[in-house]
Design a binder for this molecule. Structure first.
Ligand code: HEM
Length: 90
């Protein structure tokens, strides 16, 4: 967004509210479904040229059979969004 090299890999942390309805996912829309998204993290986040933190590790030791349960959890976060009224500031 800024074009500055030092800003590469910086993203606003998105809300998970209604995440089941807001695909495609990630800043570039590269993950079409929540299953694609969770598999991405299970396989390991690419490091190096993309500018990501080198300490991000793949979820080794986890079973791929857990993926549907995590997707079901994310889909359970669907509901009516609360109306947030900004407070009046003096
Ligand atoms: C169990 C814990 C977590 C789950 C289930 C989770 C899930 C997700 C999901 C579903 C997205 C895609 C959102 C979208 O595209 O609209 C996402 C993206 C993201 N998450 Fe998490 N997240 C977790 C923990 C965290 C934590 C702890 C942080 C930061 C401290 C974080 C930072 C981010 C950021 C910056 C993105 C955007 C990445 C991008 O657009 O490329 N997440 N996460």
């Amino acid at each position: 967004m800024t074009g500055k090299k030092e800003d590469r890999g910086k993203f606003r942390t998105p809300s998970l509210r209604n995440i089941g309805q807001t695909g495609p996912y990630m800043h570039d829309g590269s993950k079409k479904s929540l299953t694609d998204f969770v598999e991405f993290y299970y396989r390991g986040v690419p490091t190096g040229s993309g500018g990501q933190a080198p300490d991000v590790q793949p979820l080794l030791g986890q079973s791929f059979s857990e993926i549907p349960a995590i997707v079901a959890f994310l889909e359970s976060l669907t509901g009516e969004a609360p109306k947030i009224v900004p407070p009046f500031l003096p």
